[in-house]
Write a protein of this length. Structure first.
Length: 268
């Protein structure tokens, strides 16, 4: 049996779409897993090849140590994503995943692979990250914070055995999210779409709008709802992703001159 590649280890393809013209890499929130995007994959396949990131320390990677650093996560994901650059790639990240997605896009662009777009959901612009202390709470405090924010099935926390399995990955991800520090440098060449709930306790609409400082082409999408507005507005978010992919395949995008496997948006 051949060894797993980085792509096999880090990315889950729930609905294979070998004929899809574009790819979408989805990056979950703190404590989240690849399965959070199962519905997205089902809705967008086979038109889009959807790949959901599986961070270590959860589900089928439960026995692996977590990676408590956004920069390290992005380094390892870049190695997994680069072999897939034979087709245009967009990135969608929610909360922690948005920070990881931004750093991943920077690394891909440094290799000459320009994503068709970064969809940054439920997260302040990188330079506005103000840390946090949730990762320093005891177990009860961490669980209380996660319950309050929503997004994780509360019943999971009522089973001591399940809690013992999921709590280390949740704490690990909060360390990554709250200790992340943006490293000033050139912005992205690819467009950014920031998505945010108008009642999100973790990020204001203005903080989401500040993603505009990191790209020459920007769009802000505001939804009614809190940090997990996605759960109520999945259909519209999927519509945006589908429209983006259609724009790629109908000629509004073309290969970049940097390399024959990278892509950029056309102007005008």
């Amino acid at each position: 049996m051949s060894a797993l590649t980085d792509t096999d280890l880090w990315l889950r393809r729930f609905h294979p779409a070998p004929e899809a013209a574009t790819r979408l890499v989805c990056l979950p929130h703190a404590g989240g897993a690849a399965t959070y995007f199962f519905g997205v994959s089902k809705a967008l396949s086979p038109e889009i090849d959807v790949l959901a990131a599986q961070y270590p320390g959860r589900q089928d990677r439960l026995r692996e140590p977590g990676v408590p650093s956004v920069h390290d996560l992005a380094d390892r994901l870049a190695a997994a994503v680069l072999p897939l650059a034979d087709r245009p790639i967009a990135i969608f990240g929610h909360s922690l995943g948005a920070s990881v997605g931004h750093e991943l896009a920077l690394r891909l662009e440094a290799e000459g692979v320009v994503p068709t777009g970064l969809f940054a959901s439920g997260r302040r612009a990188p330079h506005l990250n103000r840390g946090g202390r949730t990762h320093l709470e005891d177990d009860a405090g961490l669980v209380a914070a996660v319950r309050k924010l929503g997004g994780t099935e509360s019943a999971l926390f009522d089973d001591p055995d399940v809690l013992a399995m999921v709590l280390p990955s949740i704490r690990n991800d909060y360390v990554a999210a709250e200790t992340y520090r943006y490293r000033p440098g050139p912005g992205l060449r690819c467009p950014i779409v920031a998505l945010v709930g108008d009642a999100d306790p973790k990020v204001t609409v203005a903080e989401a709008g500040a993603w505009a400082e990191h790209t020459p082409e920007f769009e802000l999408a505001t939804y009614p709802g809190d940090h997990f507005y996605l759960n109520q507005h999945a259909h519209d978010v999927q519509r945006r992703l589908r429209a983006h992919a259609k724009a790629v395949v109908t000629g509004r995008w073309e290969p970049s001159h940097a390399t024959d496997v990278s892509f950029r948006r056309l102007r005008g």
